[in-house]
Design a protein around this ligand. Sequence first.
Ligand code: UD1
Length: 417
Amino acid sequence: MDALVIQGGNPLSGEVRISGAKNAALPILTACLLTAEPLKLGNVPHLKDISTMLALLGHMGVRVTLDDRNQVTLSGESIPHKEAPYEMVKTMRAAILVLGPTLARFGDARVSLPGGCAIGSRPVDLHIKGLQAMGAEINIEHGYIHARCKRLKGARILMDMVTVTGTENLMMAAALADGTTVLENAAREPEVVDLARCLVAMGAQIEGAGSDVITIHGVEKLHGADYSVMPDRIETGTFLVAAAMTGGRVRVTHTQPDTLDAVIAKLREAGAAVETGPDWIEIESDGTLTAVDVRTAPHPAFPTDMQAQFMALNCIAEGAASVSETIFENRFMHVQELRRLGANIEVSGYTALVRGVPRLDGATVMATDLRASASLVLAGLVAAGETTIERIYHLDRGYERIEEKLTQLGARIKRVH
Ligand code: UD1
């Protein structure tokens, strides 16, 4: 298994190019199931979760080709296997995203129940309830969700909780339904908007994406399209925090600053100077930061996927701050590992109180989930001496060439087998 070894203490400086967004690319890839025509996608990041999704789509019968300009073309002319098997769903929960489009186009889909995962129980009941409201008959059998219908019917669906992939699944299903669907309390995440734009390019009729009420007028057929995936706001945020913590000056390019308002506001509050342009963000800090309170909530509030990184920032900031996680239970697994590096963190329920310490010390730590791993890399970049991060396959699920990009900015980091 691979590990990352970091020698801490180097300020980051220079320019880094942001990759396509994992969480936008995953649903957009599954949109190919809605049409018999080819869907051509650019800016798809090279990540483990993306290859898992491509393998799943390939297993279902989609023809996947990659051209020399790194464009992925997906042709779902016929889909002989309308099923997402357990082996694939257990490694990547986003596999649930094939349910809505497959059911809507073919009237039949089987997807393994995801089961537990490292950051909480994460049920998919809202995906199921929404499809039932649209007329699907759903049975849970042998650990699988089996959904059937003639043609889905438009419905008014009020979701109990804000769910990102739930909104995406139902939006794709509704695109081919008979009549109009209104999703209330829909997720407003930028990735939902990106998927809606791709669906509209494929001929869907969608209004309100980006607000909490999305209206979808179902059409009989969708066609192919050529679409480029939005930049990754979480990768962007992670590099910004890295620059702030190490006391550097970094320009992130090919990004979308307006998707990061809450993160940029917190970085400024912590004392970093941040400037933005149309597709770039520049950050400068002398490494002296003030601890900032953070409370995660659905977009446009502070993203749960940046919680662990700000926990790392607070570990070396002046003062104390609270970090509250309101989206996922059990998303504080990085706390134990950060403590191994000398952090002072107390957890009480959904809130962690972080008291800044003058310095962290390198140690061997273990990555437990994707964003927790990112927080350990950030801590390693400022810790005195050497930090070894084990089990970095979590990191490879969501960060493209992270050690190369950090090296280019002056970090001393290497991958060892
Ligand atoms: C997506 C993101 C993930 C991010 C999360 C929250 C992808 C591929 N992943 O995950 O990176 O951390 O949004 O921004 O886009 N819930 C239910 N029932 C459901 C669905 C969700 O109770 O049917 C609960 C979950 O357990 C969780 C909350 O709703 O507590 C939000 O989850 P959700 O937005 O669905 O997360 P994902 O879409 O899985």
